[in-house]
Design a protein around this ligand. Sequence first.
Ligand code: FAD
Ligand code: ZN
Length: 230
Amino acid sequence: PGKKVLIVYAHQEPKSFNGSLLKTAVEELTKQGCSVTVSDLYAMQFEPRATRNDIVGETSQNTPFSKTSDLQSPPYKRGGLSKDLVEEQKKVQEADLLIFQFPLFWFSMPAILKGWMDRVLVQGFAYDLTKAYDGGLLQDKLSLFSFTTGGSQEMYSNEGISGDIRYVLWPMQHGIMHFCGVKVLEPHICYAPEHASEEKRKEMLTAWTQRLKTLWKEESIDCSPEWYFK
Ligand code: FAD
Ligand code: ZN
């Protein structure tokens, strides 16, 4: 109780299976006494593109716009980021746990969510030149990737056509969260809800509730290259 959770949610349709997973999490975590904030990216019409508009006022040296020097550390440090970014960063700062809820798109996250990562987790806020991985700036936070697939669990096994699902998790969990100093909990994957029976889908939602009941007792994974590629 008292824990703060930010759910970053990327699905267009509230009646989707992802929408039901979101609702399930909000209900269960609220019941536990957590305070839950949802960033519903499509509903917010979140801007996924990192552009000059992310910076309020001048570019760093009055030089032409550059993604690395202008959208990164200096504007953050002088408080020169656009309002939507500042709001998302505040939510991240306050959260003990970040849950990302989305359908898998092309072995990755939907563009709108990738854009959230690109724009919100800027240098100076989430990491710095010498502050990355275990030294990343978002310490003492947990993350959890909760997503659905079109492909079956067999396809995402070691011998399957799509390869081990952990290969997909490497950029998201290790390349983004771990890089920013955030600890990573086991992912929660609902395989192929579209091809499952109504009964099986209900079971998947119940399993998510059950997982969340004991979530705060979980140990984070050892998010090293071995976890993904051993
Ligand atoms: P939905 O279609 O919304 O839901 C499935 C079913 O569950 C629906 O019938 C819905 O009515 C029902 N449902 C909703 N709520 C409940 C409830 N409470 N109880 C019972 N039933 C309920 N897949 C891959 O595996 N790999 C890829 O690389 C990949 N790339 C993709 C790229 C793109 C651009 C797109 C569009 C899809 C891709 N997919 C891929 C498939 C995608 O991951 C799946 O379509 C998606 O994960 C399904 O989730 P959903 O929430 O949209 O399902
Ligand atoms: Zn890692």
